[in-house]
Design a protein around this ligand. Structure first.
Ligand code: SAM
Length: 255
């Protein structure tokens, strides 16, 4: 399972598209806040001997921060992207794997940090997207020890703080789900288009990818459906990969 033992970079892994870390030639690291303050509060600043997982570790930004700021813990990293894993330093190790099939035995982790990953659990079919998220939560619950916790840090959908201008209803004409946006090719927009014209963008090359933004009650319900209890919800600000300010929701839930 060690990353360097595997053959080559895949565009797809476990049936999922590997996140494209380069859009228009620019490196795009994760931008959601690594939930150090939530983990520190939950474990009362005592990390010695804890085993953690950075689920969807990207190029290792979040793994580095978790490792440096939670001293004494050991943080594994997994991601779909081999390219990202090659840049990731994780102790004990990093693995190419999916959030939907975490390659560890049940009750392995004291904590799992999930930064900027759930936004990628999307599909052309909204009910399938919800199924993907439920499967991921099921895997989180299976692999976390009783008394352990998961922290999800992702893009929020309420935008009470920053008034991020997004019309979820218009996006849903393409994506089929409120909160899921269609990331459009440069130069393509909704202004001046009828609802029918917006809907007709679905499946065309004007749509680069989908991304989901989470409402607090939605993440809470999702985690509850998987057997977790929400302890804290924090709303802050971050930036999208293209540099636009956006809400960052962080939910810590315990098993
Ligand atoms: C925005 S990046 C965040 C990376 C890192 N956590 C950070 O904060 O810097 C999202 C990462 O999630 C990974 N990802 C998306 N879906 C995944 C899945 N189903 N299983 C594992 N990783 C996934 C992508 O490959 C990508 O590297």
């Amino acid at each position: 399972m060690i990353v360097e033992d595997q053959e080559k970079t895949h565009d797809h892994f476990a049936g999922l598209t590997v996140w494209d870390e380069k859009i228009q030639g620019k490196d795009i690291p994760g931008t959601t806040r690594v939930p150090i303050q939530e983990l520190s509060a939950y474990f009362d600043g005592k990390f010695s001997g804890l085993v953690g997982l950075d689920l969807g570790s990207g190029s290792g930004r979040s793994t580095k921060e978790l490792t440096e700021k939670l001293p004494g813990s050991r943080v594994h990293a997994i991601d779909l992207s081999l390219d990202g894993l090659r840049n990731t330093k994780a102790t004990p190790d990093r693995y190419q794997a999916s959030a939907l099939d975490i390659p560890f035995a049940g009750e392995t982790f004291d904590f799992i940090s999930v930064c900027g990953v759930f936004t990628n659990l999307v599909s052309d079919d909204a009910s399938q997207a919800i199924g993907l998220r439920m499967n991921a939560v099921k895997e989180l619950h299976r692999t976390i020890k009783p008394g352990g916790c998961v922290v999800i840090s992702d893009f929020g959908a309420e935008h009470k703080i920053d008034k991020y201008a997004v019309n979820y209803k218009r996006h849903a004409l393409i994506t089929g789900e409120i909160g899921t946006i269609a990331v459009l090719k440069q130069g393509v927009g909704f202004i001046g288009k009828s609802d029918e014209e917006v809907a007709a963008l679905k499946g065309t090359d004007s749509v680069i990818r989908y991304a989901h933004h989470y409402f607090p009650r939605e993440l809470q319900a999702l985690l509850k459906s998987g057997g977790f209890k929400t302890n804290t919800i924090t709303i802050g600000l971050t930036k999208t990969p293209s540099g636009i300010p956006i809400e960052n929701i962080v939910v810590l839930a315990s098993k």
